[in-house]
Design a protein around this ligand. Structure first.
Ligand SMILES: Cc1cc2nc3c(=O)[nH]c(=O)nc-3n(C[C@H](O)[C@H](O)[C@H](O)COP(=O)(O)OP(=O)(O)OC[C@H]3O[C@@H](n4cnc5c(N)ncnc54)[C@H](O)[C@@H]3O)c2cc1C
Length: 440
């Protein structure tokens, strides 16, 4: 369904999906672009809670979306530090990671207000059915009320999350939980990752706990899994486990006041990742899965991408308006070299060796202990996708020295072919990075 050659466009950019990716809309409009948002429900309604670090949140201020006072007004809580805790092992502390709980609903409402003030058009209750692109533009077919709507644009930003038809990935992270009251917790500490059991039924279940408003804490239970192994009913089954095992994680008579759940796509980088069929369709957010395959922090990844994405798209549209042959800057589709390395670890988490249920917790305890010893900066850098490949190699070396069983464990989980692909990809990525660094 491509647009007719030379046809006029209704908008410069059509954003499909008004979840977290709504943040791009006011930024693009502020750069003088005609923007519209197509959302099957109502754009700007957060159904999740988000944590990020104060440093990561500064992107919202630097990009002009908020001022410092408005950002502070969005914070529900700020912690002194975060902890990672492993069943049968110890506890490691880290500062400056996921230590700010953000009122996601208020953030997106604010983004919508800013967008509306800048003339962004909203198509709420409008479901995108099909997208077609060619060198002259993109056409999007939608269903709204009982009728169909056809919109034309120079470029589409696909922010449909896990529902994007292009966002196919090999991993998925089913996550359930929500905001709870009545539990005992320390409001100054975030539980970044915690396990209370060893691997069960081939899955390592992991808890997170992030204090929010007074007396409230957002608790999540999740696991890593190969995408093909997660069918309908996975979230319901996980909720059953959530309530059955919550007391292992937090004490008290917990009441779920706001459920939040979802399937977060993850890409191990060991296979082909999400890709759009034409450069005029740009994947963002979960649809692009450029976030860490290990931490699945889509919020942090989106914050980092706000400036390069809005800048790159503005440049593309400017060239397109002049009738040039615009090319998307590589920075829009580029991936962090570190993700090539951590992707294999995510696969191991998703396919732990079945014959030794305690092995994964032992490995995690050693690995996070190594990180803690490497210092807070290294620890935070890995969790925030900032660690350089050289330092990551050092981390792997130190971990394997302390826990040599890591080799057979990884080999049993990945198999020889994936292990070879991983080594080659990490080597290539490291070399490419070195060449670029030297050239710069
Ligand atoms: C329980 C939970 C807690 C999380 N906590 C954190 C956290 O603390 N920190 C962090 O960094 N990340 C967190 N994440 C991850 C983060 O929420 C996601 O990465 C982020 O929401 C992805 O945003 P998105 O806009 O790409 O997709 P989504 O938020 O999934 O939004 C997609 C939007 O597209 C719309 N849509 C889909 N299909 C169509 C269609 N055909 N037509 C029109 N509209 C459509 C949907 O209705 C939806 O509004 C969490 C995720 C979950 C599930």
């Amino acid at each position: 369904m491509p647009p007719p050659p030379g046809g006029t466009v209704d908008f410069d950019v059509l954003l499909l999906g008004g979840g977290l990716s709504l943040l791009y809309a006011p930024l693009l409009a502020a750069r003088g672009l005609r923007v519209a948002v197509v959302e099957q429900h109502r754009a700007g309604q957060a159904h999740r809670e988000w944590n990020a670090s104060w440093a990561e949140l500064q992107a919202l201020v630097q990009d002009g979306l908020l001022d410092q006072a408005a950002l502070e007004g969005l914070l529900l809580a700020r912690y002194q530090h975060g902890v990672c805790r492993w069943h049968g092992g110890g506890e490691q502390q880290v500062r400056g990671v996921l230590d700010c709980a953000v009122d996601a609903a208020a953030l997106l409402q604010l983004a919508r207000q800013r967008a509306e003030a800048q003339g962004v058009t909203f198509f709420d209750a409008c479901r995108c059915l099909a997208v077609g692109a060619n060198d002259s533009g993109v056409r999007v077919l939608c269903r709204r009320d009982a009728g169909e709507l056809c919109l034309r644009a120079r470029l589409v930003l696909d922010g449909r999350g896990a529902q994007s038809p292009y966002g196919q990935t090999d991993l998925i992270c089913p996550t359930v939980g929500g905001v709870m009251e009545g539990l005992r917790f320390d409001p100054r500490v975030g539980d970044i990752l915690a396990t209370t059991q060893h691997v069960e039924d081939g899955r390592q279940y992991i808890w997170e706990g992030f204090p929010g408003r007074a007396g409230q804490i957002a608790i999540y239970l999740f696991y890593y899994a190969p995408r093909r192994s997660v069918g309908p009913g996975a979230l319901q089954a996980l909720y059953e486990r959530f309530f059955a095992t919550l007391s292992q994680f937090k004490s008290g008579r917990g009441e779920l006041v706001r459920p939040t759940f979802g399937l977060i796509p993850g890409w191990s980088r060991l296979c082909r990742g999400p890709a759009a069929p034409h450069q005029r369709i740009v994947l963002v957010g979960d649809a692009a899965a450029r976030h860490s395959p290990l931490t699945f922090c889509g919020f942090g990844a989106t914050l980092r991408s706000l400036q390069p994405v809005s800048q790159g798209i503005a440049a593309f549209v400017a060239s397109d308006r002049l009738g040039g042959r615009p090319v998307l800057p590589a920075s829009l589709v580029d991936d962090r070299p570190l993700h090539t390395a951590t992707g294999a670890l995510a696969r191991v988490m998703a396919q732990p060796p079945p014959n030794d249920p305690a092995a994964l917790n032992t490995l995690l305890n050693v690995a996070f202990g190594t990180l803690e010893e490497m210092g807070n900066e290294a620890f935070a850098a890995l969790l925030q996708d900032r660690m350089a490949l050289g330092q990551f190699t050092e981390f792997l070396q130190q971990t394997s020295k302390r826990f040599p069983q890591v080799y057979p464990l990884v080999w049993r989980s990945l198999g020889s072919a994936a292990l070879l692909r991983w080594s080659a990809a990490v080597g290539t990525s490291w070399l490419r990075h070195r060449v670029r660094w030297r050239a710069a």
